[in-house]
Design a binder for this molecule. Structure first.
Ligand code: ATP
Ligand code: MG
Length: 364
């Protein structure tokens, strides 16, 4: 079966700087995909190219089997919501929501019906005659979404739609957004640099860095099996610890940096595959602390403890003064800062090449 939306070899440069480097991506009908990545990774550029507001240098975009690469924006039937693309301040809510319909010369009772439907979808039907200035931030955002869906788009594109909402509102609009998606079945691509948003909302996440899609998969895939050191150190709060591990030539014995370490259990089994130095990813929530030297544990000193409500985040300086800091997230009791502790690893999340950051081997 062919993809609903297919992006082939799409590239964009600004002068000498590469904003997008040969993007290849397929999106299924009805899917909710998040584009996640740090600032400047090309997320907005890709969205603008999909919407037709920006031309790619080359590449091809097909939507429902039709090549739309050269189709003007207004003929693509794509709904767009921007982070800062506010409502038109001088128009009331209904006029705002009807804007895209007006552009398509849909007027009269058909327009009224579509506006009602869109407002109803975002639970804002009774706000039709208000002006944008008479709405809260979250309500304005919902109207912006209503405006995008009123045209019955074939694709809904959202660029950081929640980023100027406060934490509480953000969470509730986030839930609403997913409900809206499930109700309407709209194929949705949402840009975010908030990993919680990406992981909780989407069916799949495309992780971008420096104009490339580094990994695309379900939230579980990306979290449990990050395909690169970048992915491991980007996802998770806090993200995975990365430690440089070198086999010393004696089976079962390694160095972390310059210090000797003898892993145990399943960690030792996985590391047995290692023939060259690598960075290993250890998620803070998979580590525990012990005041005794347990097999496979790494000695250190507790530097600081952050209270996170329910859980604590321990900063452990491993080996000596000035050694690497390892973060451990735990609900268990933690001794006082300054105490000697042992970090006990039980799970390895990834093994990455020290040069290129990609996986040394797949851990499945
Ligand atoms: N009009 C432009 N002229 C020159 N360079 C641009 C232009 N627009 C974007 N860029 C560059 O392209 C790259 C990708 O930008 P883009 O806006 O797509 O990033 P982003 O992932 O959306 O980042 P953010 O999370 O900060 O919104 C950046 O390096 C940016 O500086
Ligand atoms: Mg952006």
């Amino acid at each position: 079966m062919s993809a609903y939306l297919s992006i082939r070899n799409v590239a964009k440069t600004y002068g000498r700087s590469i904003a997008l480097n040969r993007i290849e991506m397929d999106v299924c009908r009805g899917e909710f995909l998040a584009l996640l990545g740090p600032s400047g990774s090309g997320k907005t550029t890709l969205l603008r190219i999909l919407s037709g507001l920006l031309d790619a240098d080359h590449g091809e975009i097909t939507l429902e089997g039709r090549n739309i690469s050269r189709t003007p924006a207004w003929e693509r039937d794509i709904g767009l919501v921007f982070q800062n693309y506010a409502l038109f301040p001088h128009m009331d809510v209904r006029t705002n929501v009807g804007f895209g319909l007006e552009m398509r010369r849909i007027r009269g009772s058909e327009a009224a019906r579509r506006i009602d439907e869109a407002l109803d979808t975002v639970s804002m039907l009774e706000f039709g005659s208000r002006m944008p200035s008479e709405l809260s931030g979250g309500q304005q955002q919902r109207i912006a979404i209503a405006r995008a869906i009123a045209i019955k788009p074939r694709l809904l594109l959202l660029d950081e739609p929640l980023s100027n909402l406060d934490a509480v509102l953000r969470q509730s609009v986030r839930v609403e957004l997913r409900e809206l998606h499930d109700r309407t079945g709209l194929t949705t691509i949402m840009v975010t640099h908030d990993q919680v948003e990406a992981l909780t909302l989407s069916d799949r996440v495309a992780l971008m860095e420096c104009g490339e899609v580094l990994q695309i998969g379900s939230p579980e895939d990306l979290y449990q099996r990050p395909a690169s050191a970048f992915a491991a150190s980007f996802l998770g709060s806090p993200p995975a610890n990365l430690l440089p591990v070198t086999p010393v030539g004696v089976p079962g014995e390694f160095k972390i940096g310059e210090m000797p370490w003898k892993p145990a259990g399943s960690v030792a089994e996985i590391l047995a595959r290692l023939t060259h130095p690598a960075n290993i990813a250890l998620r803070p929530e998979t580590l525990s602390l012990s005041e005794n030297h347990l097999p496979g544990s790494i000695p250190g000193k507790l530097k600081a403890v952050e209270y996170m409500g329910g859980e604590r985040l321990a900063h452990v300086e491993i080996f000596d003064e000035g050694g690497p800091i390892v973060l451990v997230r735990t609900a268990a009791e933690i001794p006082e800062p300054g105490t000697k502790v042992f970090v006990v690893p039980t799970v390895i999340t990834g093994l990455y090449d020290t040069e290129n950051g990609f996986e040394v081997c797949r851990l499945d």
